[in-house]
Each structure stands twice: as structure tokens, then as C-alpha cells.
Ligand binder design. Structure first.
Ligand SMILES: *[C@@H]1O[C@H](CO)[C@@H](O)[C@H](O)[C@H]1NC(C)=O
Ligand SMILES: *[C@@H]1O[C@H](CO)[C@@H](O)[C@H](O)[C@H]1NC(C)=O
Ligand SMILES: *[C@@H]1O[C@H](CO)[C@@H](O)[C@H](O)[C@H]1NC(C)=O
Ligand SMILES: *[C@@H]1O[C@H](CO)[C@@H](O)[C@H](O)[C@H]1NC(C)=O
Ligand SMILES: *[C@@H]1O[C@H](CO)[C@@H](O)[C@H](O)[C@H]1NC(C)=O
Length: 806
């Protein structure tokens, strides 16, 4: 669009708003004395209003007390607090003690009142205020009975043990009576022939169907890894399979295998071959939390909905490598080799030749598998433990969460390495606080229940307190399995990437250098991927629009001893002897998370990075546009005139995302723009991104300037008031930014996912997907949907830019 009006000519990188319609412009031409007087009076009023507003913000808002008294009262600065915290953790490491405590009794979803009380006591002991237990009532299953039998010529020739071995020197594996099972699996008793379907990815099943195999009524055997567990069942259901068996293939174990001469746990670092990966088969790509209360809290008398959109209809069982071997061996020589479907179809199971087990006419007399699974469903209480470190302001809050529940008695890695680290962080912060430190922002600590079943505790709590969270929570910090190996892995919303990467430069890695040096040397070369799903951050990121991050030392099986994920061998004994002797990696993570919390909460400015975010958005859109089919570019559909929220004012549109927003934002009428065709829509969107990038840089520059001036400790009270008033408005905008990207209708067919910039990938689950609405339209070659999502992106990006400039 060329000929812009002279007024707009200077706005080189502004979006094209030459079609913009402004409402409410007035002109004034008469110039008699009365008008002059009126103008003067008006000017006076305006000045009074502006001054008054500053005074109002300064005195009634949370900043007042802080500006007037807060800063000078502190006897410990942020830098001093960082030093105290560092020394506290360097001098004494109690992670081993906490790990031991957390791994003494079975604490699945809703279990172990002892650990609820013990955690609450610890929160109190470390000086948290407002400590409490919040209970929700969730729909869950417990196993009643199961069996997996090989039947040949009507006779049972093999029965899987469905049990992990007890090991004398590992006490938490003794008296193991919990059957192996999947959370939210369906009950059923299926007898049928069976086939190997690789990872159980959508494309794995489709490849089999494409070759003409009939999967209807058969049992799929899939190996773990590659995608979310529940999706392996969902996609099996879609091709008509009657049940799914999941097993742990030795291909997961890197170099630490018995084939390579390593001894099995507990004698060595190789996998205990009876170990089983339990887990949830909830469809986290559809949402999270109690599947009978999507989008609202599972209070005691909550209305319950049909959960079947979120959980499978066919039964599934997890089994060990040892149990599956005789079953898969029976497929040797039946049908084509898995390798004919792709290089990544073959695992490393000994004795199995990776034949698919299917023939086109079902002519062979194949062995029959009997999969029997009986689950009892009921509503049970779960318990989150919460506590607070009050900041100098209560209007900006950081939530730091870790789930407490594990699949088994142990859980030394998942999740209680995180629990031990969280207590260490709390202990160290408490020492700094006792010496006179008070963070600027408030920190809430949460010990979630029910994560393993489907992120239940965090999701129900967040849905319950959504208005409060959307108003006050500036970032959610997650720690799940803090230590299961020695390789750093991070994931983050772009807004918090910079602050979390910064902290890695300030903490030493146990094997030398900083955590940052180690991360840059690692497989991701310093990249921090955005978050998908699979842990407690999901509700914050995808449903409520709160930026989040997590970090962990994950298990790299080529260097670390094999991690028995969700197995009874994820035990204190394994952690203490093989994974983290001396609990050094726990201690490093405690240093790291403390640093992060201090930097997020300790400075007046909110250290979010909208500039970084805008650049990421630019990248997501450019990458997605590269995949758009050329015929889309001439597509016209005037259903989608690009305008912001049906002509409502920007302020109205924004306030949707922030209930009872208390910071004044400038009222302004945003433009709308007529779109000719898809080409034009792309152009408008690119302009909007440029506009956002520019506004984000300006806002960050202004924020940094304010903080620099504030750091210089201006002597005049009025200067401090002005700076703090401005900074609090900038903070409010940065806080609001992520919420602008929520779309009330949610993603197509996935209404729980409100965030338009990322979601759990619909075919992967754990991995995130950027600009999911648009990207899915491209993948489905649906240009109408593509234009719809471009329209939504344009609107939100414009809103974000306007908001930052307001
Ligand atoms: C931590 O464990 C060690 C070794 O078991 C013990 O000596 C010490 O008293 C424990 N400390 C605390 C604070 O629990
Ligand atoms: C296992 O059960 C036996 C017999 O009930 C009991 O004596 C023993 O203390 C239990 N061991 C553990 C580690 O709980
Ligand atoms: C499950 O089905 C098998 C084979 O049809 C049958 O032998 C077995 O008794 C059934 N089990 C139960 C508990 O119904
Ligand atoms: C696939 O198998 C099912 C169950 O045996 C059968 O009902 C169906 O007709 C078969 N479909 C085709 C296309 O052969
Ligand atoms: C990260 O560190 C750099 C260099 O020390 C600093 O300029 C920047 O403000 C930090 N960013 C955040 C978000 O803390």
C-alpha cells in the first residue's frame, strides 16, 4: 500500500493504517476570549488530571509504601541476598535428606497424607506465610486386575508377569504390590492377533493402513518414546485397533546396555530388564486437569462432564522389555520387516527380527494375545500444599511449583529431585530473609498433587484462581524431575528466556565451567525451546497466558546410567548410588533456581523480554509462511476483515484478558483494515509484526532507562514517585503482554488451549507447536482456516503493539 497521508508518512515501520477509521476527532476554530478561557481551563484540567493520576497511582497503588519507605528500610540488597543464598547452599547440602524423606512411602495421586503434612511443616519451618493445603476432587482410576497372555491353538503358552523384581539392596522396591497400569486407561478384555507399530505415531499407523493392512480389532504393540503416551492410544483408536501394549525397547538405553557388556541395575548402570514405565494415557493435547471438569475447578460438588474427549476408549497396558520379548518373537517372519517402513522403525530387542506381524489377507494363523485390564474409577481428593514469601509488593507474584506425587514409592528423580531442590531453595532464601532481605515481588511456592495422572493439582488450582493469576502472576517457574542425569535441558516462554539464560551464566556446572558453557556445548547448542505439555506449566502457558519456564538435568543415556522412568527403580538407592552421588547436581539446581527466583522477584523492573518475543513471533510466522501452498495467495474471502475485536476500543479488547485491570492504559481506537486477498493479509501481518518489534524495543529501552535512573537513587521523593509510577505501568504492560495472545475461542477443536503462539503439538504432545492455529491450517491445506488464523494473529499482534505503546 503506497500513498499514505502526510500524517502517516513518517511512520516507516508502522503498520499500514491508511484505511484506519478514527472516531471522536474534534476540531476547534473559534478564537474569542471565551474559547481561550475555556482552553486554559481545559489545559488546567488536563494538567491536574495528569498530575492527579501520578499522585493517584503513586499513593493508592502498591508502589506507594515501597517508594516512600520500602527501599531504604532494607538491610540486605539483592546482590547481598544472592551472596547469602549462594553461601548457604555451598556450605550445606540437605537435598539427600529431603530425597530420602520423599521416597519412603507410596505417594501416587491423592496418596500419602504423611507427605502432605511433612511438606506443610517444612514450608512453615522455612518461614513461609499463608501456608495451607488446598483440596480438589478428581476423577481417577486405580487398578483392580490385569493380565497379558499369549494364546496358541487355544492354549496359554506365555503369561507376562506384569511385575517388577524386588531387589534386596533397594528397600523401596520391596513389598511391591502395585500392578503396572496406565492412568485413565479403559477397562477391557480383548483377545486378538497383534502387530508391531513402532512408536505408535499417527504416521506409523497410517503407514500400515496405507500398505493395505486391516488393523481393526487387533492389538497394537508399540515401543515407548517419540510422543506422548496417550497419543499412542488415541491414534490406535483412530485406526480401529482394540488395545495397545507399550514396552520399553533397549533402543532407549544409549550405550549402557547389557549387549555392550554393562551390568543391569543394581549391579551396574544398564536397565533392569523387568522395569516398566507406568504413566498416564490422558490426551494432554486436548487439555489438562480433571477430564470431567475441563476449564473449571474440581471442587467437591462440581458439575461433571463426560471425560471421553480426554481419555481413551480402548484398554492399554505398559510392560517390560523382559515381558514383551516372547510375545514379539512370535511375530518373527510374519509380514514385512519394520525396516521396510523406515529407518527409524527398528529397535534393539534381542531375538525379535522386527517383523510387523501382519499379512494382507490375514492368511497366516497368527498367535492371539489376550489383554485384560480392569480399572476402578472414582472421585478422590488431592492435596496441593502452598506457602508464600511476601514481597514488598503483593500485586506482582511469581509462582514456583513442583509436583509431589510419584508413580511409585520412590520417585527420587520424578518428581522428588525437584521437591528436594525446592526445599533447598526455600531454606537458602530464608537465611537471606532472616538477615533483612525482602524480595520486591511476592513468591508463592506450590507442591502439586496429581501431576502424574494429568497435571491435576496445578490445573485445578489454576482454573480455580484464574482471575487472580491472570491479574497478578507475572511468571510461573516449574521444576519437575530436577535431576535424572547430568545434561542440562531448558524450556521457556520467549518472555522469560533471557532471564533464565542469564542465570545459567552465574552458576557453576559440576564438571567445570558455568551451566551456560555446558548448555552451549550440549545438543541444543544454547537454544531454549518453547514449552509444549507434560508438566505443570501447561495450564499457566496454554490456558491462562502466563509465561513459564523449567530446567532440569535430564538423562542422556549415552553418558548417564539408564534412568528407570516411572519404574520402582527410580528410587533413592539408584539416585544415591548411580545418578547423583553426593547430590551435587541437586545442589547446582538449587543454586540455579534460587538465582532465577531472586532475579525475577528482586528488581523493581520486571525482567521480561518483549523484544525477544517479538523477534520469535517474526520467526514463527516466517517459517510457517514458507510452507504455504502457492495457490493460497490469491484466495479471497471477505468474511475476514481485519479489525480489532469488532470495533471495540483497544482498552475494552485488552480488558478481556485482564479482569479488573488496575493500571491506567490509554484509551485508543485501533484501526481496522480491509483485506483483498491472502497476499494482502500476509502483508498486513508482516507489517503488524514489524510494528510490534518496534514498540517492544522502545518499551524495553524505556524500562531499562527507568531502572537505571532508579538505581542511581534519586534524592527527590517526587523523582522516585515518577519513576516508580512509570515503571509500574511498564511492568503492568509486560505482565499483560502474554495474555493478549489468548484467543477466547481457543484452538480449532481444542478450546482449552487459548494461547495462539504455542500449544502442545497435536501429533506429539510433549513438544510444543508455534502458532498452532495457522500451522495446523497449513498442514491440513485449509486456506479458509489459514486466513482465519492470520486474521487472529494480526489482531493480537496489533493489540500487543498498541498495548506496549500506550
Ligand atoms: C541429614 O542427613 C544426615 C545423614 O543422614 C544427618 O546426619 C543429618 O542430621 C540430617 N540433617 C537434617 C537437617 O535432617
Ligand atoms: C515388607 O513386608 C514384610 C512382611 O509384611 C515386612 O516385615 C517388611 O518390613 C516390609 N518391608 C518394607 C521395606 O516395607
Ligand atoms: C478375559 O477373556 C479371556 C479370553 O476371552 C477369558 O479366558 C478370561 O476369563 C476373561 N477374563 C475375565 C476376568 O473376564
Ligand atoms: C477389517 O477387519 C474387520 C474386523 O475383522 C472387518 O469387520 C472389516 O470388514 C475389515 N475391513 C476390510 C476393509 O477388510
Ligand atoms: C541479562 O544479562 C545482561 C548482561 O548482564 C543484562 O544486560 C540484561 O539486562 C539481563 N537481562 C535480564 C532479563 O535479566
Amino acid at each position: 500500500m503506497s500513498a499514505s497521508t502526510p500524517l502517516l508518512a513518517h511512520l516507516e515501520s508502522e503498520p499500514d493504517i491508511s484505511n484506519a477509521q478514527y472516531v471522536g476527532r474534534t476540531t476547534c476554530t473559534r478564537k474569542n476570549w471565551r474559547w481561550r478561557f475555556l482552553l486554559l481551563a481545559l489545559f488546567g484540567t488536563v494538567v491536574t488530571v495528569i498530575l492527579g493520576r501520578n499522585i493517584y497511582v503513586a499513593t493508592t497503588s502498591y508502589t506507594a509504601q515501597y517508594v516512600l519507605f520500602g527501599r531504604t528500610k532494607l538491610s540486605l540488597s539483592l546482590a547481598d541476598a544472592e551472596a547469602v543464598v549462594h553461601d548457604t547452599l555451598a556450605k550445606l547440602n540437605l537435598a539427600r535428606n529431603w530425597s530420602y524423606e520423599y521416597t519412603q512411602d507410596l505417594h501416587r495421586t491423592g496418596e500419602s497424607r504423611r507427605l502432605v503434612d511433612w511438606t506443610l511443616e517444612k514450608f512453615k519451618e522455612y518461614g513461609l506465610s499463608d501456608t495451607k493445603v488446598e483440596t480438589y476432587y478428581v476423577y481417577t482410576n486405580k487398578p483392580v486386575d490385569n493380565a497379558l497372555k499369549l494364546v496358541e491353538d487355544g492354549k496359554v503358552t506365555f503369561e507376562a508377569s506384569l511385575k517388577e523384581d524386588s531387589i534386596a539392596e533397594d528397600p523401596s522396591t520391596l513389598n511391591n504390590t502395585i500392578p503396572v497400569y496406565h492412568a485413565y486407561s479403559a477397562s477391557g478384555n480383548v483377545s486378538s492377533s497383534y502387530f508391531y507399530a513402532n512408536y505408535g505415531r499417527r504416521e506409523d499407523y497410517q503407514a500400515l493402513v496405507a500398505r493395505g493392512y486391516n488393523l481393526t480389532g487387533k492389538i497394537a504393540i508399540v515401543r515407548y518414546q517419540g510422543l506422548l503416551r496417550g497419543l499412542k492410544v488415541k491414534f490406535a483408536e483412530e485406526v480401529g485397533a482394540a488395545g495397545v501394549v507399550m514396552y520399553s525397547d533397549p533402543s532407549e538405553d544409549g550405550d549402557h546396555t547389557t549387549q555392550n557388556g554393562y551390568k543391569m541395575y543394581p549391579e551396574g548402570p544398564a536397565k533392569q530388564d523387568s522395569s516398566v514405565q507406568r504413566g498416564s494415557v490422558m490426551f494432554l493435547t486436548e487439555g489438562a486437569g480433571d477430564p470431567t471438569t475441563p476449564g473449571y475447578a474440581s471442587r467437591k460438588n462440581a458439575k461433571r462432564e463426560d471425560p471421553l474427549k480426554f481419555i481413551p476408549k480402548i484398554p492399554s497396558l505398559p510392560v517390560s522389555q523382559r515381558d514383551i520379548t516372547p510375545i514379539l518373537k512370535k511375530l518373527n517372519g510374519i509380514g514385512p520387516k519394520a525396516s521396510s517402513f523406515g529407518k527409524d522403525w527398528t529397535g534393539k530387542l534381542e531375538g525379535y527380527d522386527y517383523s510387523i506381524g501382519l499379512t494382507l489377507k490375514d492368511k497366516h494363523v497368527s498367535p492371539v494375545l489376550n489383554l485384560y485390564n480392569e480399572q476402578n474409577y472414582e472421585i478422590v481428593p488431592i492435596h496441593n500444599v502452598l506457602g508464600t514469601i511476601p514481597g514488598q509488593v503483593s500485586e506482582e507474584v511469581i509462582v514456583f511449583g513442583n509436583h509431589r506425587d510419584a508413580w511409585i514409592r520412590g520417585g527420587a528423580g520424578d518428581p522428588n529431585s525437584g521437591s528436594a531442590i525446592m526445599l533447598e531453595v526455600m531454606r537458602a532464601l530464608q537465611v537471606a530473609i532472616a538477615k533483612g532481605y525482602k524480595p520486591y515481588r511476592t513468591i508463592v511456592f506450590a507442591s502439586w498433587d496429581g501431576e502424574e495422572y494429568g497435571l491435576l493439582g496445578s490445573t485445578e488450582w489454576a482454573e480455580d484462581h484464574s482471575a487472580w493469576i491472570q491479574k497478578k502472576v507475572v511468571a510461573y517457574v516449574n521444576i519437575d524431575t530436577g535431576v535424572s542425569g547430568s545434561s542440562l535441558l531448558m524450556g521457556a516462554s520467549p518472555l522469560v528466556k533471557e532471564v533464565m539464560l542469564n542465570a545459567t551464566k552465574q552458576v557453576n556446572y559440576p564438571k567445570g565451567g558455568t551451566m551456560y558453557d555446558h548448555y552451549v556445548d550440549g545438543p541444543l547448542k544454547g537454544e531454549v525451546p518453547y514449552l509444549g505439555s507434560g508438566s505443570d506449566f501447561a495450564v499457566f502457558v496454554s490456558h491462562l497466558g502466563v509465561p513459564a519456564f523449567e530446567a532440569d538435568f535430564f538423562n542422556d543415556p549415552s553418558t548417564d546410567p539408564v534412568y528407570h522412568y516411572h519404574s520402582i527403580y527410580d528410587s533413592f538407592h539408584w539416585m544415591d548410588k548411580y545418578c547423583d552421588p553426593g547430590f551435587i547436581y541437586h545442589n547446582t539446581m538449587a543454586q540455579y533456581y534460587s538465582k532465577n527466583l531472586l532475579q525475577l522477584s528482586g528488581r523493581e523492573f520486571l525482567p521480561l523480554s518483549p523484544d525477544f518475543y517479538a523477534d520469535e513471533i517474526d520467526r514463527y510466522i516466517s517459517e510457517s509462511l514458507k510452507q504455504v501452498p502457492t495457490d493460497w495467495y490469491h484466495y479471497e474471502n471477505d468474511e475476514f476483515s481485519f479489525e480489532i475485536e469488532n470495533g471495540r476500543t483497544f482498552h475494552e479488547a485488552i480488558s478481556d484478558h485482564r479482569p479488573a485491570h488496575d493500571k491506567p492504559l490509554r484509551h485508543r481506537k485501533p484501526p481496522h483494515r480491509k483485506i483483498k486477498d491472502f497476499t494482502d493479509a500476509v502483508k498486513a501481518t508482516k507489517e503488524a509484526v514489524k510494528y510490534l518489534q518496534r514498540q517492544a524495543r522502545l518499551a524495553v529501552a524505556e524500562r531499562n532507562q527507568c531502572q537505571t535512573k532508579l538505581n542511581a537513587k534519586p534524592g527527590h521523593l517526587w523523582d522516585r514517585v515518577k519513576l516508580m509510577s512509570r515503571l509500574s505501568v511498564i511492568n503492568a504492560k509486560f505482565n499483560l503482554l502474554e495474555r493478549v495472545f489468548l484467543h477466547s475461542g481457543g484452538l480449532d477443536d481444542r478450546p482449552w488451549f487459548k494461547h495462539i503462539m504455542f500449544a502442545s503439538g497435536r501429533y506429539t504432545g510433549y513438544d510444543g507447536q508455534a502458532i498452532p492455529g495457522f500451522q495446523e491450517a497449513v498442514e491440513d491445506n485449509d486456506k479458509k482456516k489459514g486466513l482465519k488464523w492470520l486474521n487472529i494473529l494480526w489482531t493480537k499482534i496489533m493489540l500487543a503493539g498498541f498495548m506496549l505503546s500506550a
